[in-house]
Design a protein around this ligand. Structure first.
Ligand code: ADP
Ligand code: MG
Length: 326
């Protein structure tokens, strides 16, 4: 029997030597607080998000994927602001010090941090029901953050990537299925390992009039963007980008639009820009490695009008996710 892991063993072994070493970190893990040097002429962009067992993921979830997702959902918020990631804190509550769980969790977390050059500079470790909180920081040149406010009537609305994949994976899993197909693996990956659209977000600076990331579903999140300026929008469901895996697993004949507009967990970006900027916008976002699709327009509103392929208005059955609703 090896000695049980204590709190400080956990910090030292799994989090104390992060793979990213930035030279704007004056003092990282090990003191009472981190000391950081923001670049001159920039503004800091700060966000936090927590994943709670039983709420955001099921008991027994793959710890490596949790390490990835806990950071990815925060990076997605930074992306939606046009920020370049720099530092993050990890606040983790664990029911027990399980070495193999921690090894896999740290692997997922550190691998994603290395890809986005974001350094773990501190955190907190305590015992309790499993919950993983990340606070992430990035920066933008002063005045260039892309906000929810700023869209204008007549602007076009765009999304990156494809919608509905994660929600379809979750629905299939909730039915108790785990199909051994390449298509299912693809959409399950979208659910467990979302890819934050950092480069696309940075490409929107000075070009997009407003942006938001899609965590609760297009209808709810685009709704937040519209509310910010009391605007409306027209979106054609037939324009929404679907992956080939999604089409294969959910044939168009039996398409459930709610999965696509209200399923959530897309972690794509939704943004607006005047149509005159479209060529430059599409070029920049594509150069950033993301597909980009125009899905509708901003109107005087108020409110979002979704139109189905028959030209009929579509009303999502579920509003966006609200932790305290009902
Ligand atoms: P304090 O009691 O002064 O808050 P702690 O004993 O909680 O400090 O933490 C010691 C050091 O380890 C601090 O630098 C803290 O930021 C860091 N730390 C604690 N838990 C984590 C974690 N899960 N990931 C990264 N750093 C952590
Ligand atoms: Mg202290």
């Amino acid at each position: 029997m090896t000695a049980p892991l204590g709190e400080f063993d956990i910090i030292r072994r799994f989090f104390g030597s992060p793979p990213v070493r930035r030279d704007d970190v004056v003092l990282g893990i090990g003191d009472d607080a981190a000391v950081l040097k923001p670049p001159t002429g920039h503004e800091l962009v700060l966000t936090t998000d927590t994943l709670v067992e039983g709420r955001h993921f099921l008991p027994g979830a793959d710890p490596e994927a949790l390490g990835h997702k806990a950071l990815a959902v925060n990076l997605s918020d930074l992306a939606a602001m046009g920020a370049e990631p720099s530092w993050f804190l990890l606040s983790i509550t664990l029911p027990q010090a399980d070495e193999s769980w921690l090894t896999a969790f740290a692997r997922g977390l550190h691998a994603l941090s290395a890809r986005f050059n974001i350094q773990l500079v501190g955190g907190n470790t305590s015992r309790g029901p499993l919950s993983i909180g990340v606070t992430a920081c990035g920066f933008v040149p002063a005045g260039q953050a892309v906000k929810r406010r700023g869209a204008q009537p007549g602007d076009c609305i765009y999304v990156t990537g494809t919608l509905g994949d994660a929600a379809l994976a979750l629905r299939i899993m909730q039915r108790g299925d785990n199909p051994a197909t390449g298509e299912f693996a693809e959409i399950a990956n979208r659910l467990h390992r979302p890819e934050p659209r950092i480069a696309a977000g940075m490409a929107l600076r000075g070009l997009a009039t407003a942006a938001i990331d899609l965590s609760d579903g297009l209808a709810a999140d685009l709704g937040h963007l519209l509310e910010a300026d009391r605007l409306g929008a027209r979106v054609e469901l037939s324009h929404l980008p679907l992956s080939s895996a999604f089409r294969k697993l959910s044939p168009l004949a039996s398409l459930d639009w709610d999965l696509i507009v209200a399923g959530g967990d897309d972690y794509e970006l939704c943004f607006t820009a005047p149509s005159s900027r479209e060529p430059e916008l599409l070029r920049r976002v594509t150069d950033a490695g993301c597909a980009c699709t125009r899905i509708g327009d901003i109107t005087d509103g108020p409110g979002l009008v979704l139109t189905d392929p028959d030209g009929q208005p579509y009303q999502p059955r579920r509003p966006g996710y609200d932790h305290f609703a009902g």
